[in-house]
Design a protein around this ligand. Structure first.
Ligand code: CA
Length: 621
C-alpha cells in the first residue's frame, strides 16, 4: 500500500473544506478550434469554436498586444461559444491565455499560441504540369507500424481478411517507401483522407471524418503527418491532402450536441443525395432535384454539412488553412465538389488563394461531359455568372475515353477517335493544361481490369496518359497491373500493396518481388516517368493532334525549343505511316530518339509502328 504523506492529507482536508465547491464549478474545456494559429496571415480574422459544458455562461477575455475579441457568439447549444478574434497586421508570434470568466471567477482557461510562419505564403507553390500525381490509400499501402493497427478506444479493429475492413496501413508505411516513388518517377502523392474516422465499420477509406483536426491514430499522429510532409519535401516529393467539405461521419463528437440544428442539413427521415451533379448547373433544374442533390446525405454514415451556416462555413475554411500551414501541404484534392453549396466553395477557394496565391486545389467533379467539368474550373464564361474559382479539375470525360479507347476496334467514332473527340472539345476550358488526367482511381474498376488484362493496351494507355495535355495522376498498384472490379465492392479495387505488410509473401517494392509481367509494366512506366521529368514540351507544351487514320493516332507536344511526336497504333496490324501528313510539325527536324528504347534514327519519308503499341519520339533538328 502506498503511504500518504502528511502534506497530502493536509491538502485533501483543505480541498474538502474550501476547494471542492470551486473545483465543481470549473468548466471542463474540451476543445478550442483551431487549436493554434499563426501570426502574419493575410486575413486578420479568426473565429474560435469553443466546446465545454455550459461554456456559454462564461465571458472570454484575453490580453495580448495586437489581438482583440471583436464579438462573442452564442448558439442554440449552451456548450459552445464562437469567438471572433481580430489581429493587428503586425501582431507578433507568442502565447496568450484566453480566460473564461463568470462572476469575476476564472472557470476555464486556454493557452493560445500564435506561431511564427515557417514559410512565406508565396512559397506554397502547389503542383503543376511538371508533376505526376500518385494516388494511394493509406490503409492499403503499407503497414509501417503494426503497433497502431488497433487502438483500444477506437471502434473498428484491424482485420486483413475483410476486403472492406481496416488493414493496418499507416503514415509510417508511406514514409518508409518515399524512395520507391522517386524510383518510379512520380513527383506528388495524393493520399486518401488521413483524418480520424471513428466509425463502427467500413472506416478504412477515410471519407466519414469524425474529427477535422486529428489524424486517425491508426494512421499515426498529427506530428507524424507533419513529419511525412517534411521528409517527402526533402526527397523532392509533394503532398496533396484529400479534403471533404460536403459531409462528416455520423460518429463525430458533436453528433449528440450540435451547436445548432442547422449545422447539418436535416430531413424528417434519412434522405440520400441523388448524386446528380449536373442538377446544380442545370438551367431547367427543379427545386426538388436541387435539394436532394445538395442537401441529401451522401450515405447513412455521412451527415450532410450545411455550409450556409456561416459558423460551420468558417470552421471548415479555417480548418483547411490550418492543415496547409501546419504541415506545409502542396495542394488539396477536394472531394465531391458540386455537392456542397456552390457559393460557399467559391468563397473557400477565394480564401485559400488569398492566403496562398500560388496554390492548387483539384476538385472531384464526377461528370462525363467536358462542358460540365469546365463549368467548375476557373471559368469567366459561365452563363449564370458563377465562378467556382477552382484551379484544377479531374478530367473524368477523358478517363472514360481512355477506358474504352484501347478496348475497342478502331472506327469513325470508336477506339482512339474517342480520345481525339474529347480533346477537340478543349475550347470549353480556360486552360486545358490545368486538368488532372487519369485512367483509374479508388472509386472505379482498376485500369488493367478495364483493359481486359492486356499489357499492350496498358502500354498504349499509359503512354497516352503521360504525354497528353494535363497533369497525370496514377493510382497505386497500376504500375503492378493490379486488377479489381468495383461492383464486387470497393475493397476489391483497393487491395493491399504486395510487400507493404511485414511477412507478405511478395515484396513488389523491389524488382525481385515482382513478376516478369509486373516488371515489364513497372519498367515501361518508369522510363516514361523519368523522361517526362526532363521534357518541357510534354509538361507544358502545346498539343497538336491529327484525326486518327487507319487505327493510328498521332499528336505532338511542342514548345519553341522542343518537340515530341507520339504515335499510337491501336490496330491489330503493323502500320507504315507516311510522314508527309505531319509536315507542319516535322519541318526543321531531321532525326529523333525513341524515348522508350533510347535508339536514335533518321527521319525519312515514313515510319513503321508495330501493332498495338505506342511510340514516343523526341525530335532533333
Ligand atoms: Ca499500422
Amino acid at each position: 500500500m502506498k503511504m500518504i504523506s502528511k502534506s497530502r492529507i493536509l491538502s485533501l482536508i483543505f480541498a474538502l473544506l474550501f476547494g471542492f465547491q470551486a473545483f465543481a464549478e470549473k468548466t471542463n474545456l474540451e476543445r478550442v478550434e483551431p487549436p493554434f494559429w499563426w501570426a502574419g496571415m493575410a486575413s486578420t480574422e479568426l473565429q474560435l469554436m469553443v466546446y465545454g459544458q455550459n461554456i456559454s455562461e462564461t465571458t472570454p477575455v484575453l490580453t495580448y498586444n495586437g489581438v482583440s475579441i471583436r464579438q462573442v457568439i452564442h448558439v442554440e447549444s449552451p456548450n459552445y461559444l464562437f469567438i471572433d478574434i481580430e489581429f493587428d497586421a503586425n501582431v507578433k508570434p507568442g502565447h496568450f491565455s484566453i480566460q473564461f470568466m463568470d462572476d469575476k471567477k476564472v472557470k476555464a482557461s486556454y493557452d493560445y499560441e500564435l506561431k511564427p510562419r515557417k514559410k512565406d505564403a508565396c512559397e506554397f507553390k502547389g503542383f503543376d504540369n511538371s508533376d505526376v500525381i500518385y494516388l494511394l490509400m493509406p490503409d492499403r499501402f503499407s503497414n509501417g507500424d503494426p503497433s497502431n493497427d488497433n487502438i483500444p478506444d477506437m471502434l473498428e479493429k484491424a482485420d486483413r481478411n475483410k476486403p472492406n475492413g481496416r488493414h493496418g496501413g499507416d503514415i509510417q508505411g508511406i514514409i518508409d517507401h518515399l524512395d520507391y516513388f522517386n524510383d518510379l518517377g512520380v513527383t506528388a502523392l495524393w493520399i486518401n483522407p488521413l483524418l480520424e474516422n471513428n466509425m463502427e465499420t467500413y472506416s478504412y477509406h477515410g471519407y466519414a471524418m469524425t474529427d477535422f483536426y486529428k489524424v486517425d491514430p491508426r494512421f499515426g499522429s498529427n506530428a507524424d503527418y507533419a513529419e511525412l510532409v517534411e521528409k517527402a519535401h526533402e526527397k523532392g516529393l509533394k503532398i496533396i491532402m484529400d479534403m471533404v467539405f460536403n459531409h462528416c461521419g455520423t460518429g463525430y463528437y458533436w453528433k449528440d450536441d450540435l451547436p445548432m440544428k442547422d449545422w447539418y442539413n436535416q430531413w424528417p427521415e434519412f434522405t440520400r443525395s441523388n448524386y446528380r451533379g449536373g442538377v446544380v448547373t442545370d438551367p431547367h433544374q427543379s427545386e426538388y432535384d436541387y435539394n436532394k442533390m445538395v442537401k441529401g446525405w451522401f450515405d447513412v454514415t455521412m451527415a450532410d454539412l450545411n455550409q450556409e451556416n456561416k459558423l460551420l462555413a468558417n470552421f471548415i475554411i479555417q480548418n483547411s488553412i490550418w492543415w496547409i500551414e501546419y504541415v506545409g501541404l502542396d495542394g488539396i484534392r477536394q472531394d465531391t465538389y458540386p455537392y456542397p453549396y456552390q457559393d460557399f466553395m467559391s468563397q473557400w477557394m477565394e480564401r485559400v488563394l488569398l492566403e496562398y496565391p500560388n496554390y492548387n486545389v483539384v476538385g472531384e467533379v464526377w461528370l462525363s461531359y467536358p462542358q460540365a467539368v469546365a463549368y467548375w474550373m476557373q471559368n469567366e464564361r459561365n452563363k449564370d455568372g458563377k465562378q467556382s474559382g477552382l484551379t484544377n479539375v479531374f478530367d473524368f470525360p477523358l478517363m472514360y475515353a481512355i477506358s474504352k479507347a484501347f478496348n475497342e476496334d478502331e472506327g469513325w467514332a470508336s477506339g482512339t477517335a474517342q480520345l481525339y473527340e474529347v480533346l477537340s472539345q478543349d475550347y470549353v476550358y480556360e486552360e486545358p493544361l490545368d486538368l488532372v488526367v487519369f485512367a483509374d482511381n479508388h472509386d472505379g474498376d482498376r485500369l488493367y481490369t478495364k483493359l481486359k488484362e492486356d499489357i499492350n493496351s496498358f502500354k498504349m494507355s499509359m503512354a497516352y496518359l503521360l504525354t497528353t495535355r494535363g497533369i497525370p495522376q496514377l493510382y497505386y498498384g497500376t504500375e503492378l497491373l493490379m486488377t479489381g472490379e468495383e461492383h464486387k465492392g470497393h475493397g476489391y479495387i483497393r487491395e493491399d500493396f504486395p510487400g507493404g505488410w511485414p511477412g507478405d509473401p511478395m515484396n513488389a517494392f523491389t524488382p525481385e518481388g515482382r513478376s516478369e509481367e509486373q516488371n515489364e509494366a513497372f519498367n515501361f512506366l518508369q522510363s516514361l516517368l523519368q523522361w517526362r521529368k526532363t521534357s518541357q514540351a510534354v509538361q507544358f507544351g502545346k498539343l497538336t493532334h491529327f484525326v486518327p487514320e487507319e487505327g493510328v493516332y498521332v499528336y505532338f507536344r511542342h514548345t519553341d525549343k522542343e518537340a515530341v511526336m507520339i504515335l499510337i497504333n491501336n490496330s491489330e496490324e503493323e502500320k507504315t505511316i507516311d510522314l508527309d501528313r505531319f509536315n507542319e510539325r516535322l519541318a526543321g527536324y531531321t532525326s529523333c530518339t525513341h524515348v522508350l528504347s533510347g535508339n536514335k534514327i533518321k527521319l525519312g519519308k515514313s515510319i513503321v509502328v508495330p501493332e498495338k503499341s505506342p511510340m514516343v519520339l523526341q525530335l532533333h533538328p
